[in-house]
Ligand binder design. Structure first.
Ligand SMILES: Nc1ncnc2c1ncn2[C@@H]1O[C@H](COP(=O)(O)OP(=O)(O)O)[C@@H](O)[C@H]1O
Ligand SMILES: [Mg+2]
Length: 345
């Protein structure tokens, strides 16, 4: 089968002059693109690198790919940016992997996602959204519980997430909100700070989706103020241990799995996703966010790391995502004949 690969390489993104230092954080490295291409080729497919942005538009019109494996994050700081490539592929009626534009656009909007999953019974920390300086004054004067956590409303990959986002008083709160307004030019979320364990959950497949693993992220220097921040993610080898399966009580694990599958279903996610939780003092999992386009760097991304700890290899992970996607399209069965089946888990 001829598979197109859509992605946004860090090296191909034009930066604004006053960009924050993490402006490229969500974009991919060549290592990820080559890793996925090699995995797809080892399954018996030929791969066409389509790139992203305008290059993608030219390439997709020229190529006659059967299917697109999409990891493109999209361009600009629009909250719907991850939906850009899937929307074009739907317009051209080309099958592709991963969630649809609607799901991807919603999931990058953290407050909207929280509203939806909360209405489906998933527990999520109390939050307020702050869209301008007047609302900033109001939230800093009201009784929002402290410590609080301040983050951009429409980002991922820990963009804008620093240890200093945990604020203990209202002056700090105003300062961090102001900085995020200036640097990220978007609304800010003020969320209750949840001090317990950090847990991330991988899901692969459809009808029914399967939990790949539940992984606890443990800071090497134990602290109740731990934040899985940009600084930590960039230096993960020295700063954290990944424990998968997470050594948590069975009833807590059950709740995490239940919330994860419910959130996946509520947003209409497809093929794969990763969700982040923190546990509160009573051990209740608190939903932070869902990533329907989780990082797939073979060495450093959480989902591959989790998959390895659960006995999968990288090729098995990519193959599972691909097969989940192909199974959604009637007629691709014939093309799948050429795909090696990798047994995982
Ligand atoms: N309400 C919160 N309480 C405690 N820590 C939080 C909270 N929100 C975010 N964090 C910390 O910041 C990290 C990144 O936040 P997250 O919402 O997952 O954003 P991103 O999309 O950048 O991964 C989390 O993994 C967690 O460590
Ligand atoms: Mg996260």
């Amino acid at each position: 089968m001829k598979i197109g690969l859509s992605y946004d390489l860090k090296s191909e993104i034009a930066l604004a002059q006053d960009h924050p230092d993490d402006a490229l954080e969500e974009y991919d490295s060549l290592e990820t693109v080559d890793g996925i291409a090699a995995a797809l080729e080892s399954l018996g497919h030929s791969v066409v690198k389509l790139s992203g942005g305008r290059k993608f538009l030219a390439n997709i019109l020229e190529s006659d790919v059967d299917f697109v494996f999409n990891i493109s994050e999209g361009r600009g700081n629009y909250r719907g940016r991850e939906a850009q490539i899937p929307a074009v592929l739907e317009m051209l009626d080309i099958p592709y992997s991963g969630s649809d534009p609607q799901c991807l656009a919603i999931a990058l909007d953290k407050p909207l996602t929280k509203k939806l999953v909360q209405s489906a019974g998933v527990h999520t920390p109390k939050w307020e959204i702050v869209s301008n300086r007047q609302e900033m004054k109001e939230v800093c004067q009201d009784s929002f519980p402290l410590p609080a956590f301040i983050k951009p409303a429409f980002e991922g990959s820990s963009k804008g997430i620093r240890i200093g986002c945990r604020v203990e008083d209202r002056d700090q709160m105003a300062m961090v909100i102001g900085t995020i307004f200036e640097q990220y030019r978007q609304p800010v979320m003020v969320e209750e700070f949840i001090s317990g364990d950090e847990v991330t959950v991988g899901i692969v497949g459809n009808s029914p989706p399967q939990i790949v693993g539940i992984m606890r992220i443990l800071p090497k220097k134990r602290s109740t103020n731990f934040v899985y921040s940009l600084e930590v993610k960039r230096d993960w080898q020295n700063q954290v241990d990944y424990e998968c399966p997470a050594q948590l009580e069975a009833k807590v694990l059950k709740k995490i799995a239940d919330f994860s599958l419910r959130a996946f279903d509520t947003l209409g996610c497809r093929d794969f996703a990763r969700l982040d939780f923190r546990l509160d003092r009573k051990g209740m999992p608190c939903f932070l966010e869902i990533n329907p386009l989780p990082g797939l760097n073979p060495k450093s991304s959480d989902l591959p790391i989790m998959a390895y700890k659960m006995g999968w290899n990288y090729q098995g992970l990519i193959s599972s995502v691909l097969n989940a996607a192909l199974n959604r399209y009637p007629g691709t069965g014939a093309l799948m004949k050429h795909s090696k089946i990798i047994k995982v888990g």
